[in-house]
Design a protein. Structure first.
Length: 250
């Protein structure tokens, strides 16, 4: 889904697509109940106590003088996220575990790969990825407000451990983003509903058909893992309950 300059239509579009996705799986009545439940949970999540809890993951921000927590996300963007995947930054330890596991299983030289985060939010994953010697790092975020914060974070981030300096955050539709013609590591923190993930996987498949090359997918919180598992272009090569690793390589 692409960015919009008008928040109300974007919210209505997200809610409508959410209902359609749910109705296709479990029927109109169940979809309506789930939609109402999502709105109720959003209202509960907007209380002062819940808002304070979203600032709990501040250690990374404090250390690097950036803004990547979920606490300062506006209500409109949070509501849109409720119908897709609520913004939540990746924990540094979990990110390192995923990349270390991938490197061990596939024996990769990260310097040969471009790292792409689809649904990159405020850009924390981009910053953490810069500790590795990737060719290039790209984040794709459809909410303009989050993308602007990501760009600010990238501009002011400094770390002695940084090894990649070619980093950018792009405001675009992550499901149809034109993927770089290079070996890729694609990171997903459950950024789409099933319909969106199917579009994103189809986009990856088309890119592979046009330019065969290694593509690895790190799927954190893999609620829709079956979508990748159904693809003839990818096979699962590892993971845990918290994440899955898929590869296009033979």
């Amino acid at each position: 889904m692409g960015p919009s300059t008008s928040n109300p239509p974007r919210i209505l579009s997200a809610a409508r697509q959410y209902w359609v996705d749910q109705a296709s799986r479990s029927g109109p009545l169940s979809a309506t109940k789930r939609l109402l439940g999502t709105l109720w949970e959003f209202a509960r999540d907007s209380t002062p106590e819940r808002r304070r809890q979203r600032y709990g993951d501040a250690d990374y921000d404090w250390e690097h003088r950036v803004n990547t927590t979920s606490g300062a996300v506006g209500w409109r963007d949070r509501l849109v996220g409720s119908f897709h995947s609520a913004y939540q930054p990746t924990e540094p330890a979990a990110f390192r575990e995923m990349l270390d596991n991938l490197q061990q299983r596939a024996n990769l030289n990260f310097a040969e790969f471009v790292f792409v985060d689809l649904g990159s939010g405020k850009g924390r994953t981009l910053l953490m990825a810069s500790d590795y010697p990737f060719q290039r790092i790209i984040g794709v975020e459809f909410l303009p407000s989050l993308n602007r914060i990501a760009e600010q974070n990238l501009a002011q981030y400094k770390s002695d451990s940084q090894r990649c300096f070619a980093i950018e955050s792009v405001c675009a539709d992550a499901t149809t983003f034109s993927l770089p013609v290079a070996p890729l590591i694609i990171y997903l923190f459950n950024p789409f509903p099933e319909s969106g993930l199917r579009l994103a996987v189809s986009n990856m498949e088309m890119s592979l058909d046009q330019n065969p090359r290694p593509i690895y997918v790190l799927y954190h919180n893999p609620e829709q893992e079956h979508v990748l598992a159904e693809s003839a272009h990818f096979k699962k090569i590892g993971g845990t309950r918290q994440y899955s690793i898929f590869s296009s390589a033979d």
